[in-house]
Design a binder for this molecule. Structure first.
Ligand code: PAF
Length: 277
């Protein structure tokens, strides 16, 4: 497996192939990322994993500096998983000049939920993903469904920009107790880790309740927020949205077409999760 740090070397290596599949990551890989590599391999194309902690998607008060950089370990896992090439550019390589040209995603999709609580997040994500797409020019790109809204924002960008890339969703991998695997789980103390399942449970309860009593949706959302707060969390949102556009469902939106989404802080760690319902 080659580990390349420059766009020139990447392009030279990829010139030998007609197509490839890309798995974009910020490193600090866990089994969830490795499952994305396995899914990408099913296309029978060379698999490229990118590892880049993208400053543009972090607000100044967020964990950009603390975000674990574990390139050597990540490369070992990727090689074992059958990844063919790692693209791990430095900041100076990917952003040689301040990145003033940015992708402005659809505000109806990107300024709600995560975008409301992390303003500018999806501009940062869309910009780096567009740049990675330009560098790698993959036929397929695989993203985890745990970042449900991110996946939708990227799909919308690909459609609107007519990029010839198939964006594929990979199911969320969970720990035995149901906690969605995430690089940020590593920030949890042992006692927080034991409590962390409460977010998933709150989404399960919310989803079931709204499926049974759709007219009670807003009350159920408020109760889910209050419940997590009582448990000592600081929830940003817990809500039911339509899968198609992440807008609040109307009377004609049946269960089976909805998704419960949540984000909440437990101590210093902000976790997100979702559940189709
Ligand atoms: O999901 C992530 O790890 C990041 O948001 C991504 C897609 C690699 C862009 O930096």
């Amino acid at each position: 497996m080659d580990v390349l740090h420059s766009v020139t070397d990447l392009r030279q290596a990829l010139a030998r192939h007609t197509d490839c599949a890309l798995v974009p990551t910020m490193g600090n890989l866990h089994e969830g990322h490795i499952a994305l590599i396995h899914q990408a391999r099913r296309h029978g194309l060379p698999v490229v994993a990118s590892i880049f902690v993208n400053r543009l998607q972090f607000a100044p008060h967020e964990d950009f500096d603390q975000y674990p950089r574990t390139l050597a370990g990540d490369c070992e896992h990727l090689a074992k998983a059958g990844c063919d090439l790692v693209f791990a550019p430095s900041e100076a390589e990917l952003y040689p000049q301040p990145q003033t040209c940015k992708v402005q995603p659809n505000p109806a999709l990107a300024d709600i939920l995560e975008g409301e609580f992390r303003p500018g997040f999806f501009v940062g994500v869309s910009t780096v993903v567009m740049k990675l797409f330009a560098c790698v020019q993959p036929k397929v790109a695989v993203f985890g469904q745990k970042d449900y809204q991110q996946l939708m924002v990227i799909r919308h960008m690909v459609a609107q920009m007519a990029l010839p890339i198939e964006v594929e969703a990979a199911p969320t991998l969970r720990a035995e107790d149901g906690l969605a695997l995430s690089s940020r789980n590593a920030y949890l103390s042992p006692s927080e880790r034991a409590q962390a399942i409460a977010l998933h449970q709150a989404l399960q309860t919310l989803g079931k309740r709204v499926a049974a009593q759709p007219q009670e949706r807003q009350a159920a959302e408020a109760e889910a927020l209050a419940h997590l707060s009582q448990l000592g969390w600081q929830p940003d949102y817990l809500c039911i949205r339509r899968r198609t556009d992440l807008q609040a469902p109307g009377p004609d939106d049946a269960s089976g077409s909805l998704v419960a989404l949540g984000a909440a802080r437990l101590g210093r760690t902000r976790l997100i999760d979702n559940l189709e319902c």
